[in-house]
Design a protein around this ligand. Structure first.
Ligand code: F6R
Length: 264
């Protein structure tokens, strides 16, 4: 790992290591390198890497760096299977705001991944078919050997995936109702809050916490308040990200702004 990637301050909260970076790009490069290391490790043993992915503004820098590693340093994704956390419901994959479009634009169209191994919840299902589909999504993760790593952002409600306040620790992939604040935050993407879908399909808290490693990223001052609650508050379904406090395999990657309210 280069010297640059080591420029970080590590603080501890409730036994968890939190890495704080002054530069978002260096934080993103660190996360991309963690993912690349898993992919290469699996390549060396002839196995598939199973990577859980997130969308939104936070992981964009990670995807940019993974694309760079592919183009400039020959990182191959031929042995990679991916599972995205969530998708709006209902939505067409070809819609600009769909997470299918997001993933294609930010990552999949620029790397050598086999599309047969890409999984993103389907926003076009009939209501009656959703739960069976979600059960199958869970089963596929198990069949691939479980998630080697799950990348997460955090919503201002404390959601991980779209597990909004009230989501319990043993929740699994399912249809959920989006919180009002989450829809407010998505309004620019959709050209108005009223156009943001009211529902989504999301992996559950348990699906996420069963991953072998979890990385939660938060960048910008907009996340400072919720990061303080998520990392230092009581564990509670009121803020689903607090469930991560129970894990020993979670790493928090923050920029200085997102970490600004944490006690040191
Ligand atoms: C996205 C997801 C959400 C986002 C969160 C933060 O797949 O599951 O939990 O990670 O809403 O979004 P940004 O990064 O846009 O602030």
């Amino acid at each position: 790992m280069s010297e640059l990637l080591k420029t970080q301050e590590i603080i501890y909260s409730k036994g968890n290591a939190i890495k704080v970076y002054t530069d978002k790009d260096i934080a993103s490069a660190y996360v991309a390198e963690r993912i690349a290391k898993i992919i290469k490790g699996k390549q060396s043993t002839g196995e598939r890497a199973v990577i859980g992915l997130a969308t939104g503004s936070t992981p964009k820098g990670v995807y940019k760096e993974l694309v760079r590693l592919h183009k400039d340093e020959g990182l191959s994704f031929r042995n990679v299977s991916t599972f995205n956390l969530d998708e709006y419901y209902p939505i067409l994959p070809i819609d600009d705001q769909s997470y299918v479009s997001f993933m294609k634009n930010n990552l999949f169209n620029h790397i050598d991944i086999d599309s047969d191994y890409v999984h993103i919840p389907d926003g076009t299902l009939s209501i009656e078919g959703i739960q069976a589909y979600c059960d199958l999504y869970e089963q596929k993760i198990v069949d691939f050997g479980g998630l080697d790593i799950q990348l997460l952002g955090i919503g201002r409600t404390g959601h991980i995936g779209f597990n909004e306040p009230g989501a319990v620790s043993d929740s699994r992939t399912r249809l959920v109702t989006l919180n009002d604040i989450t829809r407010e935050d998505a309004k620019d993407d959709f050209g108005g809050k009223e156009k943001v879908p009211t529902q989504a399909i999301t992996m559950g808290v348990q699906t996420i916490t069963q991953a072998k490693e979890v990385i939660l990223m938060a960048l910008s001052s907009r996340k400072a308040e919720i990061i303080k609650k998520a990392l230092e508050g009581e564990v509670s379904a009121d803020i689903p990200a607090t469930f991560l406090q129970r894990l020993s395999n979670v790493e928090y990657i923050l920029d200085s702004e997102a970490a600004s309210l944490l006690s040191k």
